[in-house]
Ligand binder design. Structure first.
Ligand code: UD2
Length: 311
């Protein structure tokens, strides 16, 4: 198949590109390289099967030409940060809502069959302590969550009105190699691992008892492949997670054990827009796509650490 991966030079996108190329698909990447990096595609040299196009999803022309000639789209490009969206809601809206709308519309115009895209657990907002299913009410606490929710509604509309097979995947907290640790907005695991490897202290915001459902990137790629290549599951969002929770304190302890260090922990203020508890019910994706997470948090952390510090 000829597929487009927006954000294909980013953390999750680049793993998806690798898998697609490995399975013989022809891939075009659209990335503005604001956070995506060419090195992320180093193992996949541009050639007959891989084309890399520099462009912004907010630019309708760039999107239209990236979509030309492909059969299907994985849309991963985003401003990926809850706190960034709290600081700059208009930028999140431009990229995550309007940019995604541009991608959807280019897909409609080009007659794309299926479009699988990244939504987020951030749409739920605060939930009860137990696993959250897709049927729970959604009350996002951040602009990022609102923007992702908008794209889910738009996806359902594009399916109903125009017949595009849209599949929203609600990613929980994805981690793995190539997640960029360099900013205060980076995913917590990438920050903790890079700081602990450098012998630096880590900051835990709040009391560290908040929970997250950390899922290894290879499982997220698997969910995407199933969402694209299975019979159409419909436009309802599907949770992508392990279905298990880890507190931030437990995460710090686990990482210390894997790295053989005692983490120095600095207590920081709880973050605005932060969710207290987040754990997924993955019954829907199990039954719709036969998805089963293969990586535990510990095995994923070990793989991540090995990729950064070969033994
Ligand atoms: C949200 C989404 C996730 C994804 C991500 C994109 C939820 C539940 N998850 O992740 O699906 O879309 O956004 O960015 O909405 N923390 C520290 N110290 C640090 C950094 C973070 O304690 O140095 C805490 C942070 O306060 C939070 C947790 O770690 O409680 C996870 O933070 P994160 O930024 O990795 O991801 P999160 O949950 O905002």
């Amino acid at each position: 198949m000829r597929v487009l991966v927006t954000g294909g030079a980013g953390f999750i996108g680049s793993h998806l590109v690798e898998r697609l190329l490995g399975e013989g698909h022809a891939v075009r990447v659209l990335d503005d390289f604001s956070t995506g990096r060419r090195e992320n595609l180093a193992s996949a040299k541009p050639g007959a099967a891989l084309e890399v196009v520099t462009g912004d999803i907010r630019d309708a022309r760039a999107v239209a030409s990236a979509v030309a000639g492909v059969e299907a789209i994985f849309h991963e490009a985003a401003l990926v940060s809850v706190p960034r969206s709290v600081e700059s809601p208009e930028i999140s809206c431009d990229i995550n809502a309007h940019g995604t709308a541009r991608v959807f519309d280019a897909a409609r115009r080009a007659g794309i069959r299926r479009l699988v895209f990244a939504s987020s657990a951030a749409v739920y907002g605060e939930t009860a302590r137990g696993p959250v299913s897709e049927r729970e009410p959604v009350r996002p606490l951040s602009p990022y969550g609102v923007d992702k929710l908008y794209t889910e509604h738009l996806a359902a509309l594009y399916h109903a009105l125009y017949g595009v097979e849209t599949v929203p995947l609600r990613y929980f907290n994805v981690f793995g190699p190539r997640q960029d640790p360099s900013s205060a907005y980076s995913g917590v695991i990438s920050i903790f691992v890079s700081r602990l490897l450098a012998g630096d202290p880590i900051t835990i915001h709040g009391d560290g008892k908040q929970t997250r459902d950390f899922v290894y990137v290879a499982d997220v790629v698997e969910a995407n492949m199933r969402a694209m290549f299975s019979p159409y599951p419909g436009p309802s969002p599907l949770n992508v997670a392990r279905g298990d929770h880890t507190t931030l304190n437990a995460l710090a302890t686990m990482l210390g054990e894997i790295l053989g260090v005692t983490p120095q922990i600095i207590g920081g203020p709880a973050r605005a827009g932060d969710i207290r508890h987040s754990v997924a019910d993955i019954t829907a994706i199990r039954s719709a796509l036969g998805y089963e997470p293969k990586w535990t948090v510990a095995s994923g952390l070990k793989a991540l650490v090995t990729s950064l510090r070969p033994v």
